[in-house]
Design a protein around this ligand. Structure first.
Ligand code: PRX
Length: 656
């Protein structure tokens, strides 16, 4: 199945309007209502967000100023005091929601747990008190390295409750990647588990933490809190490592929420960019709480009767915003699943939907493409009639996959909500509102009310309809990242200077190319920088290259993305070797494993090609464009006159 090309996108004319029946019951009921909201927000964004902040959240103290915009630094609801764990838990305990299912969890081996709001509140208070007992204080950072178990949500909320910032690291990342993130965040404590279940295997986590902390690898970490999940035998370092179930038994379940300033640090989440080490994206409390709450409520038309399931991992932004904070702030029932389709149970996704009567299902195009490959007999054999809305995120969805999702899973009755956003944006930016927006397969449609998005050229001028350009946001929004942790200069340079500010107008640009059609619909064309999107996960080419050259056999490495039928893109590595080494299959496998060890399995190259030299310009810059052509077996396109040594190309073509 192919990724959308510009030509195929320009030809895509299918339009799917919300049914009247759906629109009538929706929060936002018509295109007109959306346009009115958009217009109101555009005319006075501060008033728009302030009204929502008042209606939708509980504040201990009201703000003095809605927005303090000192470009590129924004502060929202300045002087306001709140606690996001209070908004996600406590405030639901005074209503019937007290005994409503807050979190339904299904483990891969078939075990399951359900927490009501009252029970989740109790668990969070217990963990918050354990953290305090281990010396964690307001303002400290806590690393979270957990599998998809309820304790991941509990840990995040417990940190937020006492005013400690969390920094989650995806459980698929290696010890090395974990270490760099713990060091950068100066984490005081790490919450982990012995292991988790993934595709019928136990994924070890605690041993990775041990490796990351070995030889004083992350010197600020004083304690490790370990959740028992897989029941593997793990080493427990005396004085440093503690079992959660042991400490939990000795603390009180009473833990009042810490009143937090609206702009207090809520979490750091690391993400890849073009250059250097991963960036710590900083999100703060009030704006993020409001933004995830409202975007989820409107874009997924969230109701009290919904059973909402997002399949992302809690270690990524989608898990933060739309498994934990957004749903719980709304008082919804959120489903969390530890497993993934696997040979022993290819239909597990559909079983979970049937078992819990899931009404809203949110996943990624790469998952949809793998469902297509596994065959429609799996979903067809289950009762999926509870579904009413389907969502997608992480990469552009090819219209073919969109149509399959619509026909087979949605039975042609569920609106498809294609949400474009990023770790940096905190929440949805461009998305249909399912009762209002007619959808087009492959388009994320229109900006959320309050989001001033556009497609511009390098000078910041809007481009013509259907012309490609840079996707930018021209006004601050409450969920935006505040800075790069510890590096405000990098924040400004990376996101706000790619397109230079002019006449006081600033442009937020985070790496995507796009076009707008004649109806104003946005079509995301993918990254325009050196970021590869593997199965919806962002990988910086430089990170993979650094991992490769850290192997003794490798002299130089250049990495590019190439199309992959299921993952969207995969890594293809070009490598030159140190003398005395020879390129053969065994070394290729060793290098793939080396990258997996250094970063994580997601970064593992699909192919390693050995070469005598890399194509470079006379000034020594690797010409990735040519490597991209070579990796995908295409003809070399464009100008090659700046190439220093043309014979390199001929050799590479020959597949040496
Ligand atoms: O390239 C865009 C792609 O994913 C990038 C953001 O990655 P990350 O920060 O890891 O967050 C992923 C989940 C929000 C974007 O720059 N992307 C995300 N959603 C879409 C998308 N591309 C096209 N359509 C989408 N719906």
């Amino acid at each position: 199945m192919s990724q959308p090309t510009i030509e195929s996108i320009l030809e895509e004319k299918r339009l799917f309007a919300p049914s009247q029946e759906f629109a009538q019951q929706a929060h936002i009921k018509s295109q007109q209502e959306y346009q009115d909201l958009y217009e109101t927000a555009r005319a006075n964004p501060e008033q728009f967000w302030a009204n929502l902040a008042e209606q939708e959240l509980d504040w201990f103290e009201k703000w003095d100023q809605v927005l303090d915009w000192n470009p590129p630094f924004a502060k929202w609801f300045v002087g306001g005091k709140l606690n996001i764990s209070y908004n996600c838990l406590d405030r639901h305990l005074t209503s019937w929601r007290k005994n409503k299912a807050a979190l339904i969890w299904e483990g891969e081996p078939g075990d399951s747990r359900t927490y009501t709001y009252a029970q989740l509140h109790r668990e969070v208070c217990l963990m918050a008190n354990v953290l305090k007992q281990l010396g964690v204080e307001k303002g400290d950072r806590v690393g979270i390295y957990l599998p998809m178990i309820p304790e991941a949500a509990i840990a995040m909320l417990a940190c937020a409750r006492i005013g400690a910032a969390h920094s989650a690291v995806f459980g698929g990342f290696s010890a090395e990647a974990l270490k760099t993130r713990l060091v950068d965040a100066e984490a005081k404590l790490v919450i982990t588990a012995d292991g988790g279940f993934r595709k019928d295997k136990v994924v070890s986590l605690k041993p990775e933490v041990d490796k990351a902390l070995a030889d004083n690898g992350a010197p600020t970490v004083e304690n490790v809190l370990v959740v028992q999940r897989s029941e593997e035998k793990v080493h427990m370092e005396p004085g440093r490592d503690h079992w959660w179930h042991d400490l939990k038994a000795g603390v009180s379940a009473d833990c009042p929420p810490e009143p937090m300033d609206s702009e207090d640090l809520l979490f750091i989440l690391y993400t890849s960019g073009t250059t250097g080490k991963p960036k710590g994206v900083v999100h703060t409390t009030g704006g993020y709480n409001l933004y995830t709450h409202v975007t989820l409520k409107w874009a997924f038309d969230l109701k009290d009767t919904d059973v909402y399931w997002c399949t992302a991992d809690v270690g990524w932004i989608t898990g933060h915003s739309y498994i934990v904070y957004g749903p719980l702030s709304n008082g919804a029932t959120t489903v969390m699943y530890e497993g993934a389709p696997r040979p022993s149970n290819p239909g597990c996704i559909w079983d979970v939907i049937e078992k819990y009567g899931v009404t809203i299902f949110y996943t990624a195009p790469t998952a949809i493409r793998s469902f297509i490959k596994m065959g429609e007999h799996h979903p067809n054999a289950r009762d999926l009639s509870s579904l009413r809305i389907l969502g997608t995120v992480g990469e552009p969805i090819n219209p073919e996959a969109w149509m399959w999702y619509h026909r087979i899973i949605g039975q042609e009755k569920c609106p498809i909500v294609d949400t474009w956003w990023q770790t940096e944006t905190g929440g949805f930016m461009i998305t249909p509102l399912p009762g209002a927006t007619s959808t087009k397969p492959g388009s994320a449609t229109l900006p959320f009310p309050g989001i001033m998005a556009d497609v511009v050229d390098l000078d910041g001028n809007p481009v013509q309809p259907n012309e490609g350009g840079y996707l930018v946001v021209t006004y601050p929004w409450p969920g935006m990242m505040r800075t790069v942790y510890g590096d405000p200069v990098r924040f400004r340079r990376t996101y706000w200077e790619h397109i230079a500010p002019k006449d006081g107008q600033y442009f937020y640009f985070a790496g995507d190319g796009a076009r707008k059609d004649e109806d104003g619909y946005f079509w995301i064309m993918g990254r325009v920088d050196d970021v590869i999107n593997v199965a919806g996960h962002r990988l910086g080419t430089m990170e993979v290259e650094s991992a490769l050259v850290s192997h003794p056999a490798v002299a130089e490495a250049a990495v590019v993305g190439r199309q992959n039928e299921v993952k969207g893109e995969e890594v293809c590595a070009f490598v030159t070797l140190e003398k005395d080494y020879e390129g053969h299959e065994e070394l290729s496998n060793e290098l793939k494993q080396h990258v997996a060890n250094e970063i994580g399995a997601i970064a593992c190259p699909g192919e390693v090609r050995f070469t005598d030299a890399l194509p470079k310009t006379r000034s020594g810059k690797i010409m990735r464009r040519l490597l991209r052509n070579l990796a995908s077996g295409e003809e070399i396109a464009g100008d090659t006159s700046t190439l220093e040594d043309r014979s390199v190309l001929d050799k590479l073509r020959g597949g040496s």
